[in-house]
Design a protein around this ligand. Structure first.
Ligand SMILES: NC(=O)c1ccc[n+]([C@@H]2O[C@H](COP(=O)([O-])OP(=O)(O)OC[C@H]3O[C@@H](n4cnc5c(N)ncnc54)[C@H](O)[C@@H]3O)[C@@H](O)[C@H]2O)c1
Length: 315
């Protein structure tokens, strides 16, 4: 492959970023992973996520922060694609500490965009979120749905999206924002419902649901997210929903996990947590039409794959 195929994956030691790196390396791209190994969850887990790639000559691991503009200037030379996955993730944590998501997700994205202008970047691909929608006017969400985030995390992601759009309109930088709907799969973050429920189910311990379990989510398998990113290198501009396209209640999700794992776990209920969206469901028509992308993994198949992976990890 020619030297025009060099990519930076910010947040590459995290869940989604590490899958993206695997795909890019398998296609022969040269990849720089920029990650500060933030202790939001186990840094050991993040080290394990990228360990395998260290043997690949096309892979470089840089421990650093997207808020460090001097470092970014050093790294961007010769880079063609920026896959911006780094973030202070977590809706709930943003309710307790709204400053950090702003600094990392909004200001951090602005740093990357500003630095990108000084280099010959072919495409800036931003990991946005269904959290930009927040308050529901109608479902499923299409990209025209009003954006009214209900958490500081959602606000920070929306701000970053706007920076991407404005940098495209004002300065001609090619940008795209992919609005991921709750992502799951091997190596997924430990703070998300599917990983918490599966861990509890495999230990036959109680599964805790916040609220009455009637909230619904559109879950997206990580391979589908990676595919959307790969397509976005060459197609699309603006904002796109990237969702599984099916909705499942949290109660049904817990029941499915209990059934797939053959667990004897019971379900307990606790008070709702502030900042959580009531429902999410993606209308993927725009991504189908303009990116020729559609989700391939059903929730049942995805949960099965994830449970198999979890079991393989505990052997
Ligand atoms: N997982 C989901 O359900 C989901 C849904 C919607 C959007 N997203 C977005 O997708 C992206 C990836 O999410 P994920 O689930 O893989 O999260 P993750 O926490 O596993 O990965 C994010 C990575 O970014 C790194 N990071 C954090 N702050 C940084 C900084 N200042 N400089 C450099 N690196 C930094 C972290 O160390 C981590 O490895 C994020 O932008 C997230 O907001 C995720």
């Amino acid at each position: 492959m020619s030297k025009e195929s060099k990519a930076i994956v910010t947040g590459g030691a995290g869940f989604i970023g590490s899958h993206l790196i695997e795909k890019l390396l398998s296609k022969g791209y040269e990849v720089i992973c920029l990650d500060n190994f933030d202790p939001y969850y186990s840094t050991q887990t993040k080290k394990r996520n990228v360990e395998l790639y260290l043997k690949n000559d096309n892979f470089t691991l840089v421990k650093g922060d997207i808020r460090d503009i001097v470092l970014l200037k050093d790294l961007f030379c010769g880079v063609d694609y920026i896959f911006h996955q780094a973030a202070q993730a977590g809706v709930r944590t943003s309710v307790d500490n709204p400053m950090k998501p702003h600094e990392v997700n909004a200001t951090g994205t602005l740093n990357l965009l500003k630095t990108a202008l000084d280099f010959d970047i072919k495409k800036f691909i931003f990991a946005s979120s269904s959290s930009v929608y927040g308050q529901i006017s109608y479902l499923p969400f299409d990209e025209q749905h009003p954006t009214f985030p209900v958490s500081p995390y959602g606000v920070s992601k929306l701000m970053a999206e706007h920076y991407c759009r404005v940098f495209s309109e004002l300065y001609g930088l090619k940008t795209i924002s992919l609005r991921y709907f709750t992502v799951y799969g091997p190596r997924m973050r430990p703070d998300l419902a599917i990983s918490i429920f599966t861990k509890a189910a495999l230990q036959n311990s109680s599964i805790t649901i916040f609220g009455d379990g009637s909230k619904t989510r559109d879950f997206t398998y990580v391979d589908d997210i990676v595919d959307a990113n790969m397509i976005a290198m060459h197609k699309g501009k603006g904002e796109y929903n990237i969702g599984g396209g099916h909705s499942i209640s949290i109660m049904d999700l817990a029941d499915t996990i209990i059934s797939v794992t053959g667990s004897t776990s019971d379900i307990v209920f606790k008070e709702c947590i502030k900042g959580d969206a009531e429902h999410t469901l993606a209308n993927n028509e725009k991504a189908k039409r303009e990116l020729d992308w559609k989700p391939m993994v059903t929730i049942n198949d995805g949960i099965r794959k994830y449970v198999d992976w979890m079991i393989s990890q505990n052997k």
